[in-house]
Design a binder for this molecule. Sequence first.
Ligand SMILES: C[S@@+](CC[C@H](N)C(=O)[O-])C[C@H]1O[C@@H](n2cnc3c(N)ncnc32)[C@H](O)[C@@H]1O
Length: 494
Amino acid sequence: MSDDAAAANVVRGRIRFQDDQEMTMRLCPELKQFYQDHSLDVSKLTTSSSLSSPWRFVRLNPRFDTTETLELLRKELVDHVIDKNKNHTTTIAATATRTEQEPLAVPWLDSCWAFYALPGSFSLASSTCYRSGRIYGMDISSGAGIAALLTNVHDQKTATTNTTTTSSDDKTEIRVLDLCTCPGLKLLTMADYFYQMSASTTSNKSTKVKVVGVDINSSRMDKCKAIVQKYWVDSASPHQSSAGGTANNDVVVQLHLADGTTFGGPAYDTEESLVFDSRVAIEERGERGERKRLNKSARARHRKRLRQIANVEGMRPETNGDDDTVTNTNPSFIEKFDYVLVDAECSTDGSFKHIRERIKAEHDSSTTVHQEENRLLTDQAKLADLVALQKKLIESGFRLLKPGGSMVYSTCSLSEEQNEKVVSWLLETKKDAFLIPIHFPSIMQSEFVTEGTLKGTVRFYPNLVDDTTSEPTLLGDGFFASKLGKCIGASYEQ
Ligand SMILES: C[S@@+](CC[C@H](N)C(=O)[O-])C[C@H]1O[C@@H](n2cnc3c(N)ncnc32)[C@H](O)[C@@H]1O
């Protein structure tokens, strides 16, 4: 075997090299060292175009008929294959594999999450299903993080029919917080999960769910608002909406433009931060019949309505339950949450898109943003600032978690400093915090999904293996996830 051929072999967590690429690009030495230190053998990298997943993952929007969406997707995939093969004389049936023509259900995640894999070459931007909001583009590793947060059983092979832990009949509201929410794909996954639960419930007593997203970045928040509305989170279904049907008020989505490290604290002003509420969007759509750009007076009414909601629900001093006296030196002024996601700002070094951009940045002086990102990994002072922010975010998320609730801390970094060490820090500083093991039995035997260096956490390494076989495993991007619980009551074992 030649050296190049040997390099093309994939071992755990390593990037696949293609020896037919002419141009070899190299990372700056520090960055190269970083990846080597984190199990990514990047001694030689090919052109940026080769550094991508064989798969593109999508999730189906439950507000549309899923059989219909899958049928439409199938047609789009066939067109895609025709397009790819149009310069070849052989027939499509002879050249296209099943995996190219079928949306493939991800076998290792419960089907309630509706994740499908499409060929990596399929363009979402030109897909009608995507443009009409029938499918979301979302990596499967991120999906696994949400499954870990909202369910106890994470793996398809062991999942039972009822995976929810939340549909207790005597509970009136489930509260979910996404502390770093933009652009909002995980927020939508959570809202959709509860939407499906409420749509399928047979109980007369409906469970109300509030999903609250927080982010500090205003341009990302604008994008998030657009995404939330694109996917009809503020409606039962696009068909029902255009036909004047009922909207879904059981799952409310709220967005706050705010600093997650102080959100809900004493000096915190909900009235200022609330920028979207799905109930207001539903009311406005009811008045106007369809979504249009708001004019000046409509914008003023919109602000007023949001303020009214914020006033009613916002600055509510919490009751002095015995749970808070121990954990909370910074009492919260909003009701606490059953589920908290802290998908923290990170150095993004596990993500395909960012790795690609990083490599380009090292060779192209015009891409200064990504050169700056590269420095995040190699400049110790910048890394320390980032870790300090992550600690504040995880601490804030834990402060806002109800005793008995669950929280996921995740990043798309492979760095221990930003992952296991942040979680260990929280466990050491909060006496009522404990780790809940995340387990995906069928894939954790694969070379790309392992337990983290902290027992019970999980690491997904970016999967660049061309596993487009008849029974592919379907793994995605680099990701780290940990699940934490909060003890109930003041007297607990340390
Ligand atoms: C990894 S991204 C989140 C991705 C998002 N969870 C999703 O699935 O679409 C991290 C986000 O954290 C936000 N962020 C950074 N510092 C923050 C802070 N102090 N408070 C709230 N959000 C913050 C960034 O603006 C960014 O949108």
